[in-house]
Design a protein around this ligand. Structure first.
Ligand code: SF4
Length: 365
C-alpha cells in the first residue's frame, strides 16, 4: 500500500490532467491514519473548491410512495419483509407532492428529488410522475427535478425526459463483487443498465453508494471508480442507517473519521462530480459535518425518505459557518442561517452559570 502523502500527490496530479486515478492510491486514502486525516481532507478540498468554489447545492427529497417494496435490498427500511416502523403510503397526488417540494424550495433547495419505492415504475406510473413533475415545476418555477423510481423498462427513460425530468437517480450502492450479498431480486448489471438508459435519454445521471454495509476498502474504491466510468454527474454518499427490523439491523461500523475518508476518496476519484452528503450524515459524521462540507458540494436539506434529518435551519447554519453559500441563493436566503447564528442568538446562548461549584446543583459533567 503506498504512503498517503505520495498517493495524494499522484491523485491530485491525475485530477489535473483528467486521468483515471489508481485504485491503490484511493485505497491508501481509506487506510490513512488519524494523523494524516487533515492532509486527506485538504487534498479533497482543493478539488472541491477548484470545481465548485464555496457553493453548496441543496436537494430536497419527496417520497412519493413509501414502504411495501417487493424487492429485498438488505439496507432498506422499505424492503420486502421489513419490520421497520416506517411510514407506508401509496402515490402522493401531484398537488400534495408539489406542496411538499415547495416547502423545500422555500428552504433553499434548488433540486427536488421525487422518489418512489418499488422495483420500477409501470408505464402508467411514469405518466403519473409526469403530472407530478409538471405540478412541482408550476409551483416552484426554475427548480430542477430528479426522478428516482427504480429500474426503468424499455422507453421509460425517454418518456421521463420528455415529461420534464432533468435528472434520474439510481444508486449502484456497492461494488459488483458483493452486490449479491445485499440484494437477491435484481443485479448490479440491472442498475448499470438503468443509469445508462437515463444518461442516453438526456437526463443527468445521479448515482451513488452506501457505506457501512460490511464492504471492504477495495469495494468502496471499486464502486467509486465504477461511478466515474458511468459518468455520474452527481454522487450521493449515504452512510448506512441500520434500521431495526432489517437484515442489517445493529451493523454500526462507521465513525466520523471513516466517513471523512470515504467522502475524500469519492471526491478524489470523481473530482468534478457533484458529491452529495446524503442519509446518515447526522448520525455518523456528527460534529464533523462542517468539515465534510470542505469535501462535498451538495447536501440533502431536511428529512430523508424514511428517517428524519436535522432541522433545515441547522443545515443552513452549518453552511454559513463554513463560509459557504447555497447554490442560486447568493445573498437571498443565507440571511436565514445568519439569523440563526447572528448576534442576538449568540447573546442568548451565553448563559450565566447556575450549577456546579458555588451552587447546590449538580455540575455539568
Ligand atoms: S428497490 Fe428501492 S425501495 Fe425497494 S427495497 Fe430496494 S432500495 Fe428499497
Amino acid at each position: 500500500m503506498p504512503g498517503v502523502t505520495d498517493a495524494l500527490d499522484r491523485l491530485i496530479a491525475a485530477a489535473d490532467v483528467g486521468a483515471v486515478p489508481a485504485a491503490p492510491d484511493l485505497e491508501a486514502v481509506l487506510s490513512s491514519t488519524d494523523a494524516e486525516l487533515m492532509d486527506v481532507v485538504a487534498a479533497a478540498a482543493r478539488l472541491r473548491f477548484r470545481h465548485f468554489g464555496n457553493r453548496v447545492k441543496l436537494n430536497y427529497l419527496v417520497n412519493l410512495k413509501s414502504g411495501l417494496c417487493p424487492e429485498d435490498c438488505n439496507y432498506c427500511s422499505q424492503r420486502l419483509g421489513s419490520k421497520a416502523e416506517v411510514l407506508k403510503y401509496t402515490w402522493l397526488s401531484p398537488e400534495a407532492a408539489a406542496e411538499q417540494a415547495a416547502a423545500g424550495v422555500a428552504g433553499g433547495a434548488s433540486r427536488v428529488c421525487l422518489v418512489a419505492s418499488g422495483r420500477g415504475p409501470t408505464d402508467m406510473d411514469v405518466e403519473r410522475v409526469g403530472k407530478t413533475i409538471a405540478a412541482v415545476q408550476n409551483a416552484s418555477p426554475g427548480v430542477e427535478v430528479c426522478a428516482c423510481l427504480g429500474l426503468l423498462g424499455e422507453g421509460q427513460a425517454d418518456r421521463l425526459a420528455e415529461l420534464g425530468a432533468d435528472a434520474y437517480n439510481h444508486n449502484l450502492n456497492t461494488s459488483e463483487d458483493v452486490y449479491a450479498e445485499i440484494c437477491s431480486t435484481h443485479t448490479f448489471a440491472d442498475r448499470i443498465d438503468t443509469v445508462r438508459a437515463a444518461r442516453e435519454a438526456g437526463m443527468s445521471p445521479c448515482s451513488g453508494l452506501i457505506a457501512g454495509m460490511g464492504e471492504s476498502d477495495a469495494d468502496l474504491v471499486s464502486v467509486a471508480l465504477g461511478l466515474r466510468e458511468l459518468g455520474a454527474d452527481s454522487i450521493p454518499v449515504n452512510f448506512l442507517l441500520p434500521f431495526d427490523g432489517t437484515p442489517l439491523e445493529g451493523r454500526w461500523e462507521l465513525d466520523p473519521r471513516r466517513c471523512l475518508r470515504i467522502l475524500a476518496m469519492v471526491r478524489l476519484s470523481n473530482p468534478a462530480a457533484e458529491v452529495r452528503l446524503a442519509a446518515g450524515r447526522e448520525v455518523h459524521l456528527r460534529h464533523m459535518q462542517g468539515l465534510a462540507l470542505q469535501i462535498v458540494n451538495s447536501i440533502f436539506l431536511g428529512d430523508y425518505l424514511t428517517s428524519e434529518g436535522q432541522a433545515a435551519k441547522e443545515d443552513l447554519a452549518l453552511i454559513a459557518d463554513a463560509g459557504m453559500v447555497p447554490l442560486g441563493l447568493d445573498g437571498v436566503r443565507d440571511d436565514r442561517a445568519h439569523e440563526h447564528r447572528g448576534p442576538e442568538t449568540a447573546r442568548e446562548a451565553v448563559k450565566t452559570r447556575r450549577r456546579g461549584a458555588g451552587t447546590d446543583r449538580a455540575p455539568n459533567a
